[in-house]
Write a protein that binds this ligand. Structure first.
Ligand code: ADP
Ligand code: TRP
Length: 331
């Protein structure tokens, strides 16, 4: 049995990238492993939400986790800030996290490029807080999408450094995990890059999008004027539509459009219409469950309470042992 940890920031609704990159693996892992899945609300503070937005964001991610099929009886489903022990571990790890290595982190450099007006220390130390999330439960498997690979590498660095420094084998080496052999990157609808909630309007399909919105987003997805010679490699924007189609359409539908592309008879309008139909079919059950759960406050509160209790148990134990190792002992 593995110990599994993963989280999603509470900065917006869940999208197809979150589902295929992370949650689909959560669902398979929760049956056989000790799983801790959480809403990363401390992490979301880097972008300065209002108190209302913070609270609503947390509630929404819990609802959407449940709508995806996470079972709070099987896994520990909790809110990061309900377990403040993580902040102590974060502080301790920060003492051995070097500014140079944090500055070299790709996600930090991205943030500097996109939001030069808000480069706060929380962003710089984002990977240490993420390492603390994982090491807090001494996890060895972390189901995440491809974009998180470097953060996992840093988690291993911080855990190993702690072990070396205190001459212990306390922390296991956590690895990014996907049931397929490869980590997943779901592309966005805007022609390049990954699907993400902060990538701009129309780039992501959310699990609670209504039918008309889904259709509109897909019909507007970036394409080109079509292939002019048979069997050519696909430009990125076109490959992206095929990649998304592979996730939600039947194999023979995909094959039909692959053949049409290869013999230059493809009409992207037709392909998008088909994709919109299949996407709506895929998203509808999630959307319905999300809407159902919205009104069930008592249930949501009970899920959060149960998760908090279970997560605190593991976190308290780890932090107590870590304090002992570091030298906070009775004198
Ligand atoms: P976002 O990138 O939309 O802000 P998060 O950063 O909170 O979402 O990501 C939560 C989880 O979802 C992580 O495991 C991340 O790797 C995964 N994820 C997010 N976007 C994608 C994507 N486009 N493809 C694959 N996995 C993704
Ligand atoms: N950094 C992750 C993301 O942006 C979210 C996250 C925070 C996380 N802590 C984690 C993922 C711990 C896995 C494990 O997607």
């Amino acid at each position: 049995m593995e110990t599994v940890v993963s989280g999603i920031r509470s900065t917006g609704n869940l999208h197809l990238g979150n589902y295929f990159g992370a949650i689909k693996n959560f669902l398979r892992m929760q049956d056989e492993n000790k799983c801790y899945f959480f809403v990363a609300d401390y992490h979301s503070l880097t972008t300065h939400p209002t108190p209302e937005n913070l609270m609503n964001g947390v509630r929404q991610v819990i609802i959407e986790y449940l709508a995806c099929g996470l079972d709070p009886e099987k896994c520990t489903l909790y809110v990061q800030s309900d377990v403040p022990q993580v902040t102590e571990l974060y502080l301790l790890l920060n003492m051995n996290a070097y500014v140079g290595e944090l500055e070299r982190c790709t996600s930090f450099k991205e943030k500097i490029r996109k939001h030069p007006e808000n480069i706060n220390a929380g962003l710089l130390t984002y990977p240490t807080l993420m390492a603390a999330d994982i090491l807090l439960h001494r996890a060895n498997k972390v189901p995440v999408g491809k974009d998180q690979e470097q953060h996992l590498e840093m988690t291993r660095t911080f855990g190993n450094r702690f072990n070396r420094m205190y001459n212990t084998e306390y922390f296991a080496e956590p690895t990014a995990f996907n049931f397929g052999t490869q980590l997943v990157k779901v592309p966005g609808l805007d022609g390049s890059g990954k699907m993400g909630k902060s990538e701009g309007e129309g780039n992501a399909i959310f699990l609670n999008d209504i039918e008309q919105v889904i259709t509109k987003k897909i019909m507007r997805a970036v394409t080109d004027s079509g292939p002019t010679e048979p069997n050519q490699p696909k430009p990125e924007a076109i490959q992206n539509i095929f990649t998304i189609m592979k996730l939600v359409s039947k194999a023979d539908t995909l094959e039909h459009f692959e053949n049409a592309y290869n013999n230059c008879t493809i009409r992207y309008g037709d392909m998008k219409k088909q994709l919109a139909q299949d996407m709506n079919h895929f998203v509808a059950p999630f959307r319905e469950r999300i809407w159902e759960l919205q009104s069930n406050n008592a249930y949501i509160r009970s899920v959060i309470k149960m998760g908090k209790e279970k997560a605190l148990e593991s976190a308290t134990k780890t932090v107590k042992e870590v304090r002992e190792i570091v030298g906070f002992r009775e004198i």
